[in-house]
Write a protein of this length. Structure first.
Length: 244
């Protein structure tokens, strides 16, 4: 028959193990949500970049068109002055200015045409990125919902595990509980370890044959000679003979 103190300690160990697992699951949820948000932001960033490129191309084209208008007005002004010049030298100088202006107009017209073609490409990019973002936005929403559901489940499991732990603590006698708490403080919160295959499964130290035989009875509270955790043995389930 299992030692009552050992049985109560095992129940407390299992309750605290379940609580730690639930708390770990709950603690992972903010990081999971942040990772999804980062991926969503990256997708939105692609769309924003495409829109910014299209907007930049439009602004550049409009600036070039405004410059072309100013240059055309300048050319018209120079041409209007042709009838006013009095010497051939002045006339040639005016022609030279007109040629320079027309050269600048052609240069900006070429640039404006290039920006128009680029703008068409950017517009196509925006449409493609908008369609892609609409597609992935739904999947991200589903992922957020899944994290919300896991978080709610984990929070409920933490509350249940806390109640179970409180009950398990209350069921342990004062002396064994103090021993348990002292070991847990030294061993990262884990005060018990299973003995299996002649070893402590926590620190992997080999146990003496006689000690292992005694542990299999679970009749007393025994500590590992190495890590000092309280050892317990889990018997193999009985083999059921189903017959021929």
């Amino acid at each position: 028959m299992m030692n009552p103190d050992l049985q109560a300690l095992i129940a407390l160990h299992e309750a605290e193990t379940a609580l730690r697992a639930a708390e770990a699951a709950l603690a992972r949820c903010p990081a999971d949500r942040a990772a999804i948000q980062a991926r969503l932001d990256a997708e939105r960033g692609r769309l924003d970049a495409a829109r910014a490129a299209a907007e930049g191309s439009t602004k550049a084209r409009r600036k070039l068109e405004a410059e072309i208008q100013d240059l055309e007005a300048k050319r018209a002004k120079y041409k209007g002055q042709q009838g006013e010049v009095k010497t051939n030298k002045e006339y040639q100088a005016l022609l030279h200015e007109i040629e320079n202006v027309e050269r600048e107009i052609r240069s900006r017209e070429d640039a404006a045409l290039a920006e128009m073609e680029a703008g068409e490409n950017h517009a196509a990019d925006v449409k493609r990125e908008e369609a892609h973002f609409r597609e992935v936005e739904g999947s991200f929403a589903a992922e957020f919902s899944a994290v919300d559901a896991r978080e709610a489940k984990a929070r409920a499991e933490v509350e249940t595990a806390q109640v179970a732990r409180e009950g398990a603590v209350a069921a342990v006698a004062e002396g064994p509980l103090a021993q348990y708490q002292r070991i847990a403080k030294l061993r990262g919160g884990v005060a018990l370890a299973e003995a299996k295959d002649a070893s402590c499964l926590a620190c992997r130290v080999k146990l003496r044959p006689q000690q292992m035989l005694d542990l299999k009875k679970n009749e007393q509270v025994t500590q590992c000679p190495s890590c000092q955790r309280i050892l317990y043995f889990v018997p193999e389930p009985p083999t059921v003979d189903h017959g021929p």
